[in-house]
Design a protein. Structure first.
Length: 148
């Protein structure tokens, strides 16, 4: 059984860009990405990282790269050729998922799979797999006692 692993710092260490560099997507960065990519920015980012869309990944890098609490104007050219596109994609997706869900991308996919199993079991009338109370990410369906 997994417990909730939300990361309040939402930072992804990024030593490939230099000592002390990390990726962090703040709400203002989300706004910037939406303004630059468009209304479908959320889906576009996920697709871009899975298919290595360099233009979108570089926009993410510019918004997300930080050092000493300050944003860096880091570009793909600044990284050189030692980092693979796959590693860059994984780190960007982790930073993106942490900003949105508080979990890395793989943790969020695991959470979604568990939630899907629970919903399927409930639809079939089975008892859902046991979970920890901290696994919930939404409001409770239980009405507090003494309220109408």
């Amino acid at each position: 059984m997994m417990t909730d692993t939300r990361d309040p710092s939402r930072r992804v260490q990024f030593p490939e860009a230099g000592e002390g560099v990390y990726l962090l997507l703040r709400n203002s960065g989300c706004r910037t990405l939406q303004n630059e990519i468009g209304v479908d920015w959320f889906m576009a980012i996920e697709k871009a990282c899975h298919f290595y869309n360099i233009e979108v990944m570089e926009k993410m890098l510019v918004v997300m790269a930080h050092k000493d609490e300050k944003r860096l104007k880091l570009t793909l050219d600044d990284l050189g050729d030692d980092i693979t596109m796959q590693l860059l994609s994984e780190k960007l997706m982790d930073g993106f998922a942490l900003a949105i869900h508080g979990r890395t991308y793989s943790e969020q996919m695991e959470w979604l799979a568990r939630r899907s199993e629970e919903l399927e079991a409930a639809a079939e009338g089975e008892d859902p797999p046991p979970t920890s109370p901290v696994d919930s990410s939404g409001a409770s369906d239980v009405t507090p006692t003494g309220q109408d």
